[in-house]
Write a protein that binds this ligand. Structure first.
Ligand code: OGA
Ligand code: MN
Length: 201
């Protein structure tokens, strides 16, 4: 299957093999990004995100205060992103044999002061969340706006800081990169998503 994102998919696949992560600016078609960002900012479905239970996560009691809203196949805006992700899933399965079977993604809204402490996305001892994606939806994000994603490696050494600017996409191997969201100084929107090898239940 060919798609306008084929070049991007191959860039992501190469980076996942070489480094385990990648940060891409201007990832999606501009019109799609605009539509998705508008949807994120206007939907009323946000609910406070749960705190992960101490027994099931690598890093216990990661506190967060964002609100989330799961993407919905029946929304044409959400499908713009879900279709992008499903193309990536196919590509990664074809080229890297990752066996990804399921993708789940939510919008996240951080109000001023909100943060997410250092955590790992994958559940302990079970290969469920394999690849993490985060797409940012904030136009003109300045240094002074905070809310950076800070990524570490398995030894908890610093790897990268990512400004949550609109159309920046981060992809990384879920088990290998602890990360945190620094307190945002203004409203901050993103889509966090995970390719899994099991099914959601
Ligand atoms: C998450 C997460 C990062 C971000 O939702 O698990 O780490 O920058 N999000 O929004
Ligand atoms: Mn995370």
């Amino acid at each position: 299957m060919s798609s306008c994102y084929e070049g991007l998919y191959s860039q992501i696949a190469d980076a996942l093999v070489a480094d385990g992560y990648i940060v891409i600016q201007e990832a999606m078609i501009h019109e799609s990004l605009q539509a998705i960002a508008l949807r994120a900012k206007t939907t009323h479905g946000y609910k406070t995100a749960g705190i992960s239970s101490a027994s099931s996560w690598h890093v216990n009691l990661s506190r967060r205060c964002d609100s989330i809203f799961w993407l919905d196949e029946s929304s044409s805006e959400d499908r713009l992103f879900l279709d992008f992700a499903s193309g990536l899933q196919e590509y990664l399965n074809r080229e890297l044999f990752l066996g990804l079977s399921y993708y789940e993604a939510h919008f996240a809204k951080y109000n001023a002061g909100d943060f997410y402490e250092t955590h790992v996305d994958a559940f302990k001892n079970s290969k469920n969340r394999v690849v993490t994606t985060v797409l940012y939806l904030n136009e003109d994000w300045g240094e002074e706006d905070g809310g950076e994603l800070v990524v570490y490696n398995e030894n908890h050494e610093y790897v990268a800081t990512v400004k949550p600017e609109a159309n920046t996409l981060v992809v990384f191997m879920s088990e290998k990169f602890p990360h945190e969201v620094k307190p945002a100084k203004r409203e901050r929107y993103s889509i966090a998503g995970w390719f899994r090898v099991d099914r959601a239940f």
